[in-house]
Design a binder for this molecule. Structure first.
Ligand code: SF4
Length: 230
């Protein structure tokens, strides 16, 4: 219930002038293929299983994906790749994520992002990431069982490390790379330990060029899940 309350507050956030203007402009102009749809055009709450032990940390909503549908990685190519992999791994109830209310559920995993509004060129500024961090912290604080993080891209990886650093030493943690992994101070605080895994982002730029293949992603997802299920 408190997760719902937090998310109700999050979707009303207008803290970042540039991102509010962009998310609303994209929602107003629309892409031709979606011209009959009403875009979400607001911040995107986390999505998944509140009892998750695995947290997937993305980057930010896509202009015509999450910013259109209102759900993480939903309605775009990144989501097609990600949810197909989560379905293969037994985490997602279906391999596609088209719209909110399509029946998709996750078991054992929860998806968040360090920036909740679609940014121009998919690049939030450091100030915007800092402005959004309290939302991320507040959401993670409500996910009591989370202890393993799979970051999709360097921004997500560094977002986890920024939180972990508040609670301990991260000097031994490997820098971001695909397949990087290490034990970290629990980003949720409390003095415990957590695990962080890194993957290239599931963006079309990576998946269509072969920089990130389904096999590569399945390997790192499998390793993170194995840790998360212990
Ligand atoms: Fe609010 Fe985060 Fe969106 Fe900025 S990016 S307006 S802090 S929800």
């Amino acid at each position: 219930r408190s997760l719902e309350l937090l998310q109700e507050a999050l979707v009303e956030c207008r803290r970042c002038d540039r991102l509010v203007a962009w998310r609303e402009e994209v929602a107003r102009v629309k892409r031709r293929a979606y011209r009959d749809e009403t875009y979400w055009g607001r911040p995107i709450p986390g999505f998944g299983d509140p009892d998750a032990t695995l947290i997937l940390m993305g980057l930010a909503p896509a202009a015509h994906g999450g910013n259109r549908t209102g759900r993480m990685f939903t309605g775009d190519r990144s989501g097609d790749f990600l949810y197909a992999a989560l379905h293969r791994a037994g985490v997602a109830s279906q391999p596609t994520s088209v719209r909110r209310g399509d029946g998709l559920t996750l078991t054992g995993a929860f998806i968040v992002a360090p920036c909740r509004c679609a940014p121009p060129e998919n690049k939030p500024t450091p100030a915007e990431l800092a402005a959004c961090r309290p939302w991320l912290e507040a959401e993670l604080a409500l996910l009591d069982r989370a202890h393993t993080y799979l970051a999709l891209g360097k921004t997500g990886y560094d977002a986890v490390l920024t939180l972990a650093k508040k609670h301990g030493d991260i000097s031994g943690t490997p820098a971001f790379a695909h397949g990087a992994r290490g034990e970290i101070p629990d980003p949720r605080g409390g003095g415990g330990r957590a695990w962080l895994f890194g993957s290239y982002h599931v963006s079309q730029q990576n998946t269509q060029t072969g920089r990130l293949t389904a096999a590569m992603f399945d390997e790192v997802l499998g390793a993170a899940l194995e840790r998360a299920r212990r």
